[in-house]
Design a protein around this ligand. Structure first.
Ligand code: FMN
Length: 385
């Protein structure tokens, strides 16, 4: 097992070396607080598009919200145009909006890749290098570290991760995170930890490993297998924010792992819903709508919390339709608090596990790796997609 040390991101030292992966629609300020209450690490906010930030889109500006005690404040940007990305990074540093910027080169959704963004972009190696350099140049005067998060490549015949990792390092990034899948795999199959080990061997900057960490012990296994400097946790914490308590224990060499009863899960669900209500009330033009909007946002988490517990379909459906905290309390009161944690749910995939698929790319994308023209229409003007 390699020595476990704090993760260094520029001037920030992070212990344990654990990162909550940015997840659009999930890792908002409320969810991040819920997770931070469990353990240490760095907790990345939802993806923000550079164009929306530069255009001062009100919804985007509201999404950039951090707790007073959130250190470092970590923001993920999505961009395809080096100039717009640099302008967005300048806004972040001039307005002191965040302490760390991550760049998204992993998004596999057709809406993004068909315009040359996300996981499609590193293939255009000169454009990729220009974009990362532009972000680092805009962030470094303020001492804000920039990292990149990417996949292995477009598909098995078009792998980019080692070359892109070296280019990002050359451009001055503080770390590189690799999700061990190609874009064409989407979320199917298993993450390739050997590729993560290969990248770790190739780079001097810290490498973060991402993919299929379902339990704290998977994180230790990934570190042992790949030698990475930190781990990035996405779907494994959906409906299980206490995974961050387990991760902290694991990295500190302690054996305890949380196996909450259904009653304890219900307390966590209530806390999560309450934090979302606070968040939506604070950001709302009409605070009276905050409770309903927070409860609506909470609905998507219900099935993840209850995964594996013997809870009837009708109660599950009602919980996934709540409009108020009072309704939530009433329904949570119907659960059997003594029900033990379903051991069969341990180590199981959760969240997206969709099948592989064709990666939609702009016309001629694969044929010209050195073309660094900014793809047209790829700068989305809304965030969180
Ligand atoms: C609902 C959801 C939303 C996501 N949104 C983003 C995003 O905005 N930016 C990003 O870089 N990755 C995003 N991802 C990918 C995750 O950050 C992570 O790389 C991926 O889930 C693999 O890690 P895991 O196996 O631990 O889940 C998203 C994943 C999910 C499931």
């Amino acid at each position: 097992m390699p020595a476990l040390r704090p993760l260094t991101l520029g001037q920030h030292q992070v212990w344990p070396p654990v990162v909550l992966a940015p997840m659009a629609g999930i890792t908002n300020i409320g969810f991040r607080r819920l997770c931070r209450e469990q353990g240490g690490g760095i907790y990345v906010c939802e993806m923000i598009t550079t164009r929306a930030l530069v255009e001062r889109n009100p919804k985007t500006l509201r999404m950039i919200a951090f707790g007073d005690d959130e250190k470092p404040r970590s923001l993920q940007l999505y961009g395809t145009d080096p100039e717009i990305t640099a302008a967005a990074v300048r806004i972040v540093v001039e307005r002191n909006l965040a302490d760390h910027i991550d760049l998204n080169f992993g998004c596999p959704v057709p809406k993004v890749t068909r315009r040359g963004g996300g996981a499609a972009l590193p293939w255009r190696r000169r454009l990729f290098a220009r974009l990362v350099r532009a972000a680092v140049a805009a962030a470094s005067p303020a001492g804000v570290p920039v990292t990149v998060k990417m996949r292995k490549g477009i598909d098995d015949d078009h792998l980019t991760y080692v070359e892109a990792g070296l280019a990002a390092q050359e451009a001055g990034v503080a770390a590189v995170a690799l999700h061990g899948r190609t874009a064409s795999q989407r979320y199917s199959g298993t993450a390739d930890w050997d590729a993560i080990a290969t990248l770790k061997q190739a780079l001097d900057v810290p490498v973060l490993g991402n993919g299929d960490i379902w339990e704290a012990d998977d994180a230790l296994r990934m570190v042992a297998h790949t030698g990475v400097d930190g781990v990035v946790i996405g779907r494994g914490c959906l409906g299980r924010p206490w995974l961050f308590a387990d991760l902290e224990a694991a990295f500190n060499g302690r054996p305890e792992r949380r196996l909450p009863t259904l009653g304890e899960v219900a307390v966590t669900m209530r806390r999560h819903a309450e934090l979302l209500v606070d968040q939506f009330t604070a950001g709302a033009r009409n605070p009276a709508r905050g409770e309903r909007d927070g409860c609506t946002d909470f609905r998507k988490h219900v099935a993840w919390y209850l995964k594996g517990f013997p809870v009837g379909g009708e109660l599950r459906r009602s919980l996934a339709m709540i409009e108020s905290l009072a309704q939530l309390d009433d329904l949570l009161g119907k659960l059997d608090p003594a029900e033990p944690f379903p051991m069969a749910a341990l180590g199981q995939p959760r969240g997206r596990t969709n099948s592989p698929g064709k990666v939609f790319l702009p016309e001629g994308w694969l044929a010209s790796r050195d073309d660094d023209t900014v793809p047209e229409g790829a700068e989305m003007d809304d965030s969180g997609g």
